[in-house]
Ligand binder design. Structure first.
Ligand SMILES: *Cc1c(COP(=O)(O)O)cnc(C)c1O
Length: 418
C-alpha cells in the first residue's frame, strides 16, 4: 500500500488535485469591468484602427509616463516590439546581434527577419541571464547590438552591458517581455530604461495582457522615430505626404488591444506586488531542501519561479523534480524550453528564405555561423538538467503556496532518500 510519503509519480496520493489560478484562465487574470467598459467605449466610437482613433496614442503616452521615458511605440506583439527595435538599429545584412539561447524565440527571430546574424553568448548558471564576459568575448567588428533578456522577471546585468555597449558604440536592447517593473542593480532602475531600447509583450501569459500586443520604449529620438515608422509601412503620418521612407511593415496595435492594455496598466503594480509576496514564502522555504536554489530575488517580478538544482545534493536532476512535482499537482516545467534557441531547426538547419539559408551564409556574414551543441555550455546544462520553472500568479492564496511548499518537502525528502 502506498503511504502518504509515496510520491504521486510512483502511485501515491498527490498533494493537490485542484488547479492553480493561471494566466490561461479568468481565475489567474485581472480582467474585468474596466476592460469591458474600455472595449465598449471603442466599439461605440466606431474607430478600431490606431491611425484614426486615440486609444493607442493614449496608451503609448501613459506607458511612456509610467516608465519615465520620452517615447513608447505600440505594436501587435512582443516579437513585433523586438522587430521594431532591431529595425531601428538598421543592421547591414550579415551584421551581428548578440543574445541568449535561453529565451522565447521572439527574442531571436526578428534578428533574422532583418537579415542580421544571431550570435549566442552564454548565461550565468545561477540565473540564466546573459553572462557579461561571454558577451564581451563575442563582440566583433560586425556587432551592432546586444539583446539582453530579463529571464522570468529576474534583472539581467544591464548596467554592465550598457557600459560595454557604450564602450563599443553598439546598441543595448532589453527584452522585458517577462519583466514588467523588474528593478535592476545597482540603483533600482526599471528594466527597459537602462539600455537604449526596451521591449515589452502583452501576450496572454505576461504580467498584463491584451491577448497580444507589444511596446518599444526609449529616450533616443532617432531610434524610436525609426521604430515608429517601421511599425506603419514607414509612412510619415506626421507629415501630409503619403509616402514610404524605407522597408517597413504593418505592426500596428488595434484600438481594441490598446483599450484593454490601458485598463490593465493601472493594475500592474498590484500584480507584481502579489507575485513578489508569495514568491518570498517559497524562496525562504527553499533553504530547507538541499540542492535547490531560487533565482535572483532582488528586483525580480516572477513571471515564472525558477529553481536551480544541484543533483548531487538534491537527489535528482531538475527534470525528475519537475515530473515529480507535476504528479503532485504542482505544474513544473523542466528546463523551461526543450532546446537552446540555436539548436531549433530555423537556426540549426538555417530554414530562412527559400533554400538560400540567407543571411546565415557567407556573404553576407563573415563566416557561416555554426549553431551546434557545446556553443553555450551553461545554457545547455540549465535546460538539460539544472533548472525547472513553476508557473506563478498574483492570485495565489496562502493555501496555494502552502500546497507548493508541502509538495517540495515531500518530493525533496523522497528523492534524497533514494
Ligand atoms: C513572450 C516573449 C517574447 C515574445 O512575445 P510575443 O508577444 O509572444 O510575440 C519575446 N521574448 C520573451 C523573453 C518572451 O517571454
Amino acid at each position: 500500500m502506498p503511504d502518504d510519503a509515496t510520491l504521486a509519480i510512483d502511485g501515491g496520493t498527490p498533494i493537490r488535485t485542484k488547479p492553480f489560478p493561471s494566466v490561461s484562465d479568468a481565475a489567474g487574470r485581472r480582467l474585468g469591468d474596466e476592460e469591458l467598459a474600455a472595449l465598449e467605449r471603442v466599439i461605440r466610437s466606431g474607430q478600431l484602427n490606431s491611425t484614426i482613433g486615440g486609444e493607442t496614442r493614449s496608451f503609448e503616452a501613459e506607458f511612456a509616463e509610467y516608465y519615465g521615458v520620452a517615447h513608447a511605440v505600440a505594436s501587435s506583439s512582443g516579437t513585433a516590439a523586438l522587430h521594431l527595435a532591431v529595425a531601428a538599429v538598421n543592421p547591414e545584412p550579415g551584421d551581428e546581434i548578440i543574445t541568449t539561447g535561453l529565451s522565447d524565440a521572439g527574442t531571436v527571430l526578428p534578428i533574422l527577419a532583418q537579415n542580421a546574424v544571431p550570435v549566442f553568448a552564454d548565461v550565468d548558471p545561477a540565473t540564466g541571464n546573459l553572462d557579461v564576459d561571454s558577451v564581451r568575448e563575442r563582440i566583433t567588428s560586425r556587432t551592432r547590438a546586444i539583446i539582453a533578456v530579463h529571464l522570468f522577471g529576474q534583472p539581467a546585468p544591464v548596467a554592465e552591458l550598457r557600459a560595454l555597449a557604450d564602450e563599443r558604440g553598439i546598441v543595448l536592447i532589453e527584452d522585458c517581455a517577462q519583466a514588467y517593473l523588474t528593478r535592476c542593480a545597482p540603483d533600482g532602475a526599471l528594466a527597459g530604461t537602462v539600455g537604449h531600447i526596451g521591449c515589452f509583450s502583452l501576450q496572454q501569459s505576461k504580467h498584463i495582457t491584451a491577448g497580444d500586443g507589444g511596446l518599444t520604449i526609449g529616450n533616443d529620438d532617432a531610434l524610436l522615430r525609426r521604430a515608429r515608422l517601421f511599425a506603419d509601412k514607414a509612412w510619415p503620418r506626421d507629415t501630409d505626404e503619403r509616402t514610404h521612407l524605407f522597408l517597413g511593415l504593418n505592426y500596428r496595435m488595434t484600438e481594441l488591444q490598446a483599450a484593454v492594455a490601458r485598463a490593465q496598466l493601472p493594475k500592474l503594480a498590484d500584480i507584481v506586488a502579489g507575485r513578489r509576496a508569495t514568491a518570498e514564502t517559497l524562496t525562504k522555504a527553499l533553504a530547507q531542501w538541499p540542492g535547490l536554489e531560487p533565482g535572483l530575488d532582488e528586483g525580480a517580478t516572477y513571471w515564472l519561479f525558477p529553481v536551480f538544482v544541484d543533483a548531487r545534493t538534491a537527489g535528482a536532476d531538475a527534470h525528475r523534480y519537475a515530473a515529480a512535482l507535476t504528479a503532485e499537482g504542482i505544474p513544473a516545467n523542466g528546463g523551461y524550453i526543450r532546446l537552446p534557441l540555436y539548436l531549433t531547426p530555423v537556426l540549426a538547419e538555417r530554414h530562412t528564405y527559400g533554400e538560400s539559408n540567407y543571411p546565415l551564409t557567407s556573404p553576407p556574414a563573415d563566416a557561416v555561423p555554426r549553431y551546434e551543441r557545446g556553443l553555450c555550455p551553461n545554457t545547455e546544462t540549465l535546460i538539460g538538467e539544472r533548472m525547472f520553472v513553476l508557473g506563478w500568479n498574483e492570485n495565489f492564496s496562502d493555501d496555494d503556496v502552502a500546497d507548493i511548499v508541502a509538495a517540495f518537502d515531500k518530493v525533496s525528502t523522497a528523492l534524497r532518500a533514494r
